[in-house]
Design a binder for this molecule. Sequence first.
Ligand SMILES: [Zn+2]
Ligand SMILES: [Zn+2]
Length: 273
Amino acid sequence: MRARRGQDALIRLQVDLADAVFGSTRDLTVDTAVRCAACDAAGTAPGSTTETCVMCKGRGEIQQVQRSFLGQVMTSRPCPQCQGFGTTIPHPCPECSGDGRVRTRRTLTLQIPPGVDTGTRIQLAGEGEVGPNGGPAGDLFVEIVVAEHEMFERRGDELHCIVTVPMTSAALGTSMSLDTLDGATSIDIRPGTQSGETLLVKGQGAGRLRSAGRGDLHVHLRVQTPTRLDPEQEELLRSFAALRDETTVQVGASSGEQAGGLFSRLKDAFTAK
Ligand SMILES: [Zn+2]
Ligand SMILES: [Zn+2]
């Protein structure tokens, strides 16, 4: 029997974040060995058959007697004439040169389940390399690589993003539309929002394989201080500062005192002397 099981094959497939979160169907072009149709995987040319190997008389191995100081030692090794098969192919199939298989390109439809992540391997049983001379096929493994998203970063089943909020909106509060993987989602910026605060959008994170539900989307807010002011805007801000008695900066005010640690040490450094 010349047939052997074929090898497993591994290919990598890059998918975008939305496909990884929601699942997807993709057509894959794979290049693997398949059964040779010309000889029906036998490896022999039409009208010919395999023959018993004359060198090993069909045993597949050659035995040798070696003399040593311990006496006679019998060793065996695979027959070099037939590579251990016990048979030879005097007239190989011209299509596959006797291997019983040919390489071909085919298209498979792959079902990507929701929740896959980089490194997830999807196993397609029997879609790997067909074995020599009609041996069963190995499996095909598709390893997922999730492409980086320009806005969302995935950490386990959570997604994170950074949203920049103008200083005025952070102070006054507003609601804004955020394009998440699920579509436009309204988020509320509460009046008095500080830079570094996080909003949670429940259930709009990533998922996990074979588990129901999804994690949350964490929206990290950055309050943006205006960098270029025209004279009118500057005047307004100066009046605003005067109204709030903020024309001189108080070192180590409110939030710094509560935070302790680094902030209070910084304050000490400023107020010492
Ligand atoms: Zn063939
Ligand atoms: Zn042989």
